[in-house]
Design a protein around this ligand. Sequence first.
Ligand code: BTN
Length: 253
Amino acid sequence: MRWPAEALWEAVVPLLPGFTVEILPEIDSTNTELMRRARAGRVEPLLLVAETQTAGRGRLGRDWHSTPGDSLTFSLALPLNPPDWSGLSLAVGVSVSESLHPAVGLKWPNDLWWQERKLAGILIETASFGKERHAVIGVGVNLAPREAAGLSTPPAGLRELLPGIEATQVLLQLGEPLVRTVLAFERQGFAPFAARFNERDVLRGREVMLSDGQHGMAHGVDDRGALLVHTAAGMKHVTSSEISVRPRAAPQP
Ligand code: BTN
């Protein structure tokens, strides 16, 4: 595959001095690798792409499966010290979805959905060095739909929306806006992204079930990225990403 490493580097380095791009044919997980490097003191800004991940990781301890050529898997690592971290993963979701296609939706907190199926996922991890923090932002995009076995939400593929699109092209589309987004988030927090999230929110106006058993109508997100759910007990601001939210099946007539 011919990766646009140089074009991406040229677009990003003015925003992020010292930035580099690295492409690996195979690694266990780009997030795991960048967290290993951070713990070893290698904290320069870097975007790492893997053509193959042998142990890709998803949120909540899940595996992330990807097929070489039929997916884009990369992580962006950079020093990051926002006054408030709330909503970073939602802002990343806004950026990635806007770069992909107008029809791509967001399912709180940070899954990218198309036609009720998951198209892409985001995994953010951080490491601390004294007062300084370092973020690793992993993004996995399915280009062709993957096996649904064992998944709670069956996957979609970007080629259903953009036939013939290659991972190399997707990386070039996503990379610079993603860096701009993360830097804007560091300065201004999530508030400027809330309206953009709400435009793509696939749960808005739908009955959702929270994993703690409560349910109610989803009303978008607040300025810190909490999901607003109107439950029998009133409006709840759901903040914990450990809470999984599912659209609730409509009652049968
Ligand atoms: C999720 O939806 O559960 C998050 C999926 C994140 C997958 C990406 S692929 C690149 C990076 N490396 C990983 O091991 N995971 C993230």
